[in-house]
Design a protein around this ligand. Structure first.
Ligand code: FAD
Length: 323
């Protein structure tokens, strides 16, 4: 059954996050030969049309306005609603990001539509759309059948395959942003936290430290390994609670959920709340000096040893291989 599917592009510092392109792949599956559109919302974002166009969007809506330079829920909701009105889709896909998680359910409620969150796979079964999502902290997967006129869904980064790049050109439609009359929030200033540069939730490789790193300085060898591998650095809540690193690095049930190709856990015991955030990583390497540590139960490769010996050794070997 042909459908119209709208992807709401997810931006970070005015750059497209990969999950937007991955969502376009999912959108093409769900469209079943119908039409796929993307909407890009922000200020100074017209250069983002091209990658969306080259990755499967038939139409790209651009809503570019100074008031949209920073994320403000009411304003963003209004802008997405304008794109929905213009395209009239049956399915609207967001990234399962801070913005997507905020806006998608609000808009789904407004449209009296269904909402499916944290999708890792989409498929068709006849006329039905099936969405797969992890449940019970990643221990099981539910297949959700979605019906109804409009369905909203959020896509977990790093899971749907990114469509091949083509030379196709989408038709581009500029929409004049109509600000809501009762805008309740205004961003006056944004204070950025220092970060390693690699976006944790989209990183292909993550080097993660736990209480076993013993201090903020103990993260240094992890940062060195991350630099060699082009990885992001994450942490367990144990390490965050101990003050060794910032909470923005926390991975787990109450932190970020990640699905990298390679997750290297250093000095992390493997508590269930930590596993909830990383157990769906494609390859897990655990470094722990306790051979009985539960992290080894989910690890593909386990190294029993002191992380302060193992991690520098890995960095130096990786340097040789990647040089
Ligand atoms: P520990 O459990 O103390 O483990 C440290 C490990 O380091 C040990 O296995 C030890 O053998 C090893 N080690 C020590 N020194 C070395 C060395 N030199 N070399 C190698 N290995 C060494 N936790 C999260 O991570 N994320 C969450 O989102 C999260 N949410 C939670 C939500 C709730 C409601 C609750 C109750 C808990 C939550 N937790 C979360 C906490 C979780 O239960 C654990 O306490 C936490 O994950 C433990 O962190 P850790 O593995 O770093 O520390």
């Amino acid at each position: 059954m042909k459908r119209k599917v709208l992807v709401v592009a997810d931006l970070r510092a005015n750059q497209l996050r990969n999950v937007s392109l991955e969502a376009l792949g999912g959108a093409n599956t769900l469209a079943d030969g119908g039409e796929v559109a993307a909407v890009v919302i922000g200020h100074g974002v017209s250069s983002l049309v091209q990658p969306l166009s080259e990755h499967g969007a038939n139409h790209v809506y651009v809503i570019d306005h100074a008031d949209l330079a920073q994320y403000v829920p009411d304003a963003y909701e209004a802008a997405v609603s304008q794109a929905i009105e213009a395209f009239d889709p049956q399915v609207v896909l967001f990234a399962h990001s801070a913005i997507g998680r905020d806006v998608a359910p609000a808009l789904a409620a407004k449209h009296k539509a269904g909402q499916v969150s944290d999708i890792i796979h989409v498929e068709l079964a006849g006329d039905d759309m099936l969405f797969t999502r992890p449940i019970y902290a990643g221990k099981a997967f539910a297949k959700v059948k979605a019906s109804g006129h409009v369905v909203f869904a959020t896509i977990r980064p790093n899971n749907l395959p990114m469509p091949e790049q083509t030379s196709e050109q989408a038709d581009v439609v500029n929409i004049d942003y109509a600000a809501p009359a009762n805008l309740r929030t205004k961003v006056r200033e944004v204070l950025k936290k220092a970060s390693s540069g690699v976006d944790l939730s989209e990183a292909k490789i993550i080097v993660s430290g736990g209480r076993g790193v013993k201090s903020a300085d103990g993260f240094k060898p992890l940062y060195e390994l991350a630099e060699v591998l082009g990885a992001a650095v994450g942490a367990s809540r144990g390490a965050c609670d101990a003050g060794y690193c910032d909470y923005s690095m926390q991975i787990g049930q109450t932190g970020k959920v990640v699905t990298p190709d390679l997750y290297i856990a250093c000095g992390i015991s493997g508590a269930i709340q930590h596993l909830a955030g990383m157990s769906n990583s494609k390859i897990i390497v655990a470094i722990n000096k306790d051979p009985e540590a539960p992290i080894f139960k989910v690890a593909d490769y386990g190294i029993v040893g002191d992380l302060f010996d193992v991690v520098p050794a890995l960095s130096s070997e990786a340097r040789k291989v990647l040089a």
